[in-house]
Each structure stands twice: as C-alpha cells, then as structure tokens.
Design a protein around this ligand. Structure first.
Ligand code: UDP
Length: 469
C-alpha cells in the first residue's frame, strides 16, 4: 500500500511568501481530503505567526505547523541598513535551512508521518536538492507571475548578456522568446539592479540564479506550481515549456489567516459600511515597502484633492520611523489611516472602487479576484512587470509615474485616480468594467472544475503530464 500523501510546504519568512504558501497548504488539503500537509517557515516567523504554539502545533489533524531553523534566533533584523548583514542572513538561511529541513524530513518519517512531496517557495533553491537526497519529488511554488518566471528562465538561458549590456537604459526593449517585447524598466529589478556584488540585494540575485540552476537539475522536468491562472497568463505559461508549469491560483485566504502582522481594530470595516458603492480608494504598499515623509505627504495630498474617501495603510514600522515628524491623528480629513487590515476583506467590500498598490503579486492577484481596478506604484522585484501586466495585458489600471527625484507627486496621484475610476470607454479602457470581467474569469478558474482547480487536483493525484496547457 502506498503511504498517505503528505506535502511539506516550505517558505521564506516574508509575509508575501508566507501568505500564498499557507493558502496553498489549505487548498492542497481541500483538493485531497485524505492528504496531510506540514507548513514550515523559520522559527522566528513561526513564533510571530503562531505565538500560542512557538515550537510547532497542529492546526487541524491534517495540517501541522513545524518551523525550521535559519541559523539565527530572531531572524533578519529589517531595521539594519548594513548590506553585509543581509548577505550574512541569506547565507545562514541557505546553509542552516537546508540542514534543518533535512532533519525535519527525517523526524517526520521517524514518527510515522513520512513526507511524500516537498513544495517550496522561490528563495529556497536547496529545497529540491534536499528532497532529491531523501528520494522525494519536489515542486517549486512560484509566487510571482508566469511572465516573471519566463523572463528569469530566458535570462538564465542565454539572455543575461543582453540585459546586462542595457541594464541602465530603462527604455531599451528586450525580446525574450514567446513574450511580448519588454522594456528594461519593467524587468524584475534583481536582474537589472542587483547583479553586481556591491549592490544591496545581490544575494537575492544569486539565490534566484541558484534556483534556476537547481530547476535544471530536475529530471525529466521540474514541476512548477504558479500562483496565477491559465486565463490570465496563457502566453507566458507557454513561454516556459521547459518546466511542467501548472497555474493553480490565484490562491485566496479561506477565513482568518495567521500572518506576521497584527490587524488594527476592525473599525475600518464599519467605516467602509457607511460609504457608497465603489467610492473608496484603498491604499496599501504591502509588508516591506518603506515610505519617506515627503512621499507620505504627497500621497495624502493627492488623495485629499481627489475628493474621494480613502483607507490608507501605514504600517507600524513606518509610523515609528516617522514618529517625531508626524502626528498621525492630524493627517486624514477625508480618510482613515490604519496600521494593517484584512486586505482581502477590504478589497471584497462593495464600497472599495480602486486600489493604489505597490503591485506585490499577492496584492495584484487579490485585486483581480475582487474586481478592483488599480493605480500602480511599483518599486522593486517583480512589481514593475506586475504593473505592466495590470496596465497593458489586462487593462485594469494605470501606472503612476514618479518624478526625477523618485517622489510620486500629488497631481499624478489625482490624475491616475481619475483615469482609473472613470466609467465607460474613456477611462483606461473602462478599467472598472474590465476588472469585473476578470473577476468572473478568475472565479471560474478557481471554482469546481475550473482550470486552476483541475490543475491542482492533477498535481495532488500525481498526474501532471495529462494536464494540457
Ligand atoms: N496585506 C494585508 N493587510 C494590509 C496590507 C497587506 O493583509 O494592511 C497583505 C496582502 O493581502 C498581501 C500581502 O499582505 O497578501 C502583501 O503581499 P504582496 O505580495 O502584495 O507584497 P509584499 O508585502 O510581498 O511586498
């Protein structure tokens, strides 16, 4: 008799990685009612997420929560601006992580709960090697768009030189096989701004490079679950035929969800309840993006001038940094500022008519799933390509341009908001109407027998090759 299916889901300890990993863990359980899942991130992140069970616990009898070690007690100190500290953390994460996950796989087997498949998010290039050493199959869980997977794939298979030669020329157009022409300014920032060892995120660049090398070692082909759906990214998925790439998303939360941040009081929901349909601008820049005082003031001014009510997320760490210069209670006239909200609940609220976003992939997918058009303010990593997809592929938003000094001015905020919230043909191709159409498409993909639902079931049944893309 073959052992009970047991997926070990491993993730890097960032909110934007943890959230889709935990959502996938729950979807795996739903797709395979007899399967087990172990969700595992670093000890420090685990303690923040599950303070009641700091050493590990059981969410329900089929989902176990067990941390692995990154070689540190407290994780990476995000307040540090020392590039060497970040590089050291990444080195420790890779070495200790690989060791600790190997031990975790052995420990689970020893207590009669053997892992049958390892699933890992993108900054763990060693996970496939650990799995292979233990005789287990693995799958990369790609938590960015298929378009970015395809760009990285081609970059590391013949296109690095052309990008390197033009990395300081934002308007230079690169033609990757199977993808629309892509300007350098829209490419993932790690291949344009981090390839030199002196650059801050160089260790992320080398980690991504190691990941793509590790995928090449998979035989006969690497399996890659992609947090997108077929209908959103047909062309990009076809551009990565070197892998068995399965679009299984966009994954969404099922009820309350543990994370690294504590929610503000839920008063903002009552505030939203009192607002007219589609009137509110929701503004949030994810879990990592910082914000200078000048930028915050320009955003608030632009929002005030738009005349629309707004819900603005300013995280606690940003507030703390600005503390001496800011009296937060004095800011909003027409809006409310909170530290952290239940974003999917907010985007699902009928009063929310537009999302001003940094275009983290989770935020973009959540907005697409909720049918909310976007004003894009991308910064780094995949965000610039995500903004490009929003504006040009799906036509559900507009990118706001920062000035030469890197600051997004109030007038630009106001104009892009007007453009995106206009109804009908004139406004960005009618972004709101297009967004509702995509919402329906995404719901169908996720629903019973939709494309993502079928792909996930094929994955859990181990019959990937029968999935036709
Ligand atoms: N998020 C949230 N509440 C907030 C702000 C963000 O729940 O107030 C969540 C959001 O729903 C998303 C995640 O944080 O799932 C951010 O991930 P994303 O990929 O958008 O950006 P990152 O934080 O990785 O830059």
């Amino acid at each position: 008799m073959s052992p009970q299916r047991h997926f070990l889901v491993l993730t890097f300890p960032l909110q934007g990685h943890i959230a889709p990993a935990l959502r996938l863990a729950r979807r795996l359980l739903a797709a395979a009612p007899d399967a087990l899942v172990t969700f595992s991130t670093t000890e420090a992140a685990h303690r923040r997420m599950f303070p009641a069970e700091p050493d590990g616990g059981v969410d329900d009898c089929r989902l176990e929560l067990l941390p692995f070690s990154d070689g540190t007690d407290a994780g990476y100190d995000r307040s540090s601006t020392d590039p060497a500290a970040f590089t050291d953390y990444m080195a420790s994460f890779q070495a200790a992580g690989a060791r600790s996950v190997g031990e975790l796989v052995d420990a689970l087997a020893a207590r009669g709960r053997p892992v049958t498949r390892v699933v890992y998010t993108m900054l763990l290039p060693w996970a496939a090697d650990v799995a292979r050493e233990k005789g287990l199959p693995s799958a990369l869980y790609w938590i960015q768009p298929a378009a970015v997977l395809a760009v990285y794939y081609h970059y590391f298979h013949g296109y690095a030189a052309v990008v390197a030669d033009h990395r300081h020329d934002p308007s230079f157009v690169v033609r990757f096989p199977g993808l629309p022409p892509q300007a350098v300014r829209d490419l993932p920032s790690f291949i344009t701004d981090s390839t030199d060892p002196s650059e801050f995120f160089h260790s992320v660049y080398t980690t991504v490079r190691d990941l793509f090398e590790s995928l090449d070692r998979e035989s006969p082909r690497a399996t890659v679950l992609v947090n997108t759906c077929q209908e959103l990214e047909e062309g990009a998925l076809a551009a990565v035929r070197a892998y068995d790439a399965l679009p299984i998303g966009p994954v969404l939360p099922s009820g309350d969800e543990a994370g690294l941040f504590k929610q503000d009081s839920a008063k903002y929901m009552e505030w939203l309840d009192a607002k007219p349909v589609d009137s509110v601008v929701y503004v949030a820049f994810g879990s990592l993006t910082g914000m200078a005082r000048e930028q915050l003031d320009e955003l608030l001014l632009g929002l005030e001038e738009s005349g629309r009510p707004y819900l603005f997320i300013v995280r606690k760490d940003i507030k703390a940094e600005l503390a001496d210069a800011v009296e937060t209670d004095a800011w909003p006239k027409n809006g409310v500022v909170v530290e952290w909200c239940d974003q999917v609940r907010v985007l699902s609220h009928a009063a929310v008519g537009c999302f001003v976003t940094h275009c983290g992939w989770n935020s973009v997918m959540e907005s697409m799933a909720c049918g909310v058009p976007m004003v894009c303010v991308p910064q780094m990593s995949d965000q610039r390509m995500n903004a490009w997809l929003v504006e040009f592929e799906w036509r559900v938003g507009a990118r706001a341009e920062v000035g030469g000094d890197g600051v997004l001015r109030a007038v630009e905020v106001r104009q892009r908001l007007e453009e995106v919230t206009q109804d009908g043909e004139a406004g960005a191709g009618g972004a709101r109407g297009t967004a509702s159409e995509w919402k329906r498409v995404v719901a169908e993909a996720l629903g019973k027998d939709g494309s993502s639902d079928r792909n996930l079931r094929a994955f859990v049944e181990g019959i990937i090759s029968s999935v036709s893309l």
